[in-house]
Design a protein around this ligand. Structure first.
Ligand SMILES: Cc1cc2nc3c(=O)[nH]c(=O)nc-3n(C[C@H](O)[C@H](O)[C@H](O)COP(=O)(O)OP(=O)(O)OC[C@H]3O[C@@H](n4cnc5c(N)ncnc54)[C@H](O)[C@@H]3O)c2cc1C
Ligand code: FES
Length: 335
């Protein structure tokens, strides 16, 4: 074996090893937190509950910085399939849904779930007395969520996590990978509702592995955002990732000043590998980036440390996705 070939083989083996280690860690984390969830006597009465229970807000509750979370028993108003494996679930919400911010998420509990752990979902949309999520069926939890009937009540903990920061919309680029579109959709919609002319300044790069993963395209267009679609298999739009589509656009602008005008801030959400690539790119090009992480979670409110990710800055060697995030400035985290 030539030295070049062996280098490639070894580097492939090591990335495969990293991938396998990461997967195993996620599975072990999930199994561990399911056990914790089942066995800690304090958490189940607070959060698990039985069907039909109305949950009082446990007091005192940890503050998450923006709003105080509560556990609600919410009635499902709709649970509709909008595309292949993608569903929108809408709940009747007794609080002021307008206070929920783009980037924040909810934790949903289902008694019938194959797993007892709650499942986190970004807030997709809010209306006056309604809140909705958009989810993709990945495993048993989301599959059982897709079978929930209208009129059924679910235990939902919300609002959780922080939000995207307020930034100038001139030169704001949204990079979305797969189901990562959800919080970015909510952000753009809020901008449009506040000022339709401002929404036109936003550039959106919608990516997915294939055509069936591209959702919300027409909404972004309707709000006047400039949208570029990309798919890994080339079945729709540019072939490759949303970051590649974004980089291709930047390459067209060769002067540095133009680059600064085109991309002043990045908001991104998607799989971990994509976020790592965006973080690296933003560092090299010196463009501030805010990334919404979608890590495996347990409690959702800072109690179990199940969502810790390595930090680059700050006093602690790690940050919690549920309470310090899910939105982080790229340079805060060791992606
Ligand atoms: C802050 C946050 C926001 C999210 N927003 C959305 C959203 O808007 N729409 C959406 O479809 N999904 C979202 N997710 C991912 C969603 O929580 C998982 O897809 C879901 O929990 C999978 O559950 P499952 O039982 O169907 O899958 P499982 O059978 O448990 O696992 C299938 C896959 O999902 C991953 N996964 C499992 N549990 C979690 C978890 N708790 N957190 C992250 N990944 C997990 C596993 O690594 C595995 O790859 C979000 C996750 C986080 C942390
Ligand atoms: S999910 Fe429990 S601490 Fe973050």
């Amino acid at each position: 074996m030539s030295s070049n070939l062996s280098r490639h083989v070894f580097s492939d083996c090591s990335s495969m090893k990293n991938l396998v280690t990461r997967r195993l860690r996620r599975v072990t984390q999930l199994k561990f937190f399911e056990r914790v969830w089942e066995n800690i006597p304090l958490i189940p009465p607070l959060l698990r509950g039985n069907k039909g229970d109305v949950f009082p807000a446990p007091s005192p509750l940890p503050s998450i910085g923006i709003n105080l979370m509560k556990l609600y028993s919410l009635t499902v108003l709709a649970n509709e399939k909008i595309a292949n494996d993608h569903f929108v679930m809408c709940f009747e919400f007794p609080g002021n849904a307008g206070e929920i911010l783009p980037g924040q998420f909810v934790n949903i509990l289902l008694d019938q779930m194959a797993y007892r752990m709650p499942r986190p979902f970004s807030v997709f949309n809010t209306e006056k007395n309604q809140i909705s999520i958009l989810y993709k069926v990945f495993g048993k939890g989301t599959d059982s969520l897709s079978q929930v009937q209208v009129g059924q009540s679910l235990s939902v903990l919300l609002p959780l996590g922080n939000a995207f920061p307020e930034v100038f919309l001139d030169g704001l680029c949204l990079l979305s990978g797969g189901i990562g579109v959800v919080p970015l959709y909510f952000f753009a919609k809020r901008v449009f509702e506040k000022s339709p002319s401002e929404a036109k300044k936003i550039r959106v790069y919608l990516g997915a592995s294939n055509q069936s993963g591209i959702v919300c395209l027409e909404d972004f267009k309707k709000w006047g955002c400039s949208v570029t679609v990309s798919t890994d298999d080339g079945s729709l739009g540019i072939s490759g990732s949303c970051l590649k589509a974004f980089q291709d656009d930047l390459k067209k602008e060769d002067a540095f000043t133009k680059l600064q005008a085109l991309a002043k801030t990045i908001f991104a959400c998607g799989p971990h590998g994509m976020l790592r690539a965006v973080a690296k790119f933003s560092e090299v090009k010196n463009i501030p980036a805010y990334l919404a992480a979608e890590e495996v979670m347990g409690c959702g409110f800072g109690a179990c440390v199940g969502c810790a990710i390595p930090a680059r800055q700050g006093e602690m060697p790690y940050k919690l996705v549920c309470t310090d995030g899910p939105v982080f400035e790229a340079k805060e985290i060791e992606w």
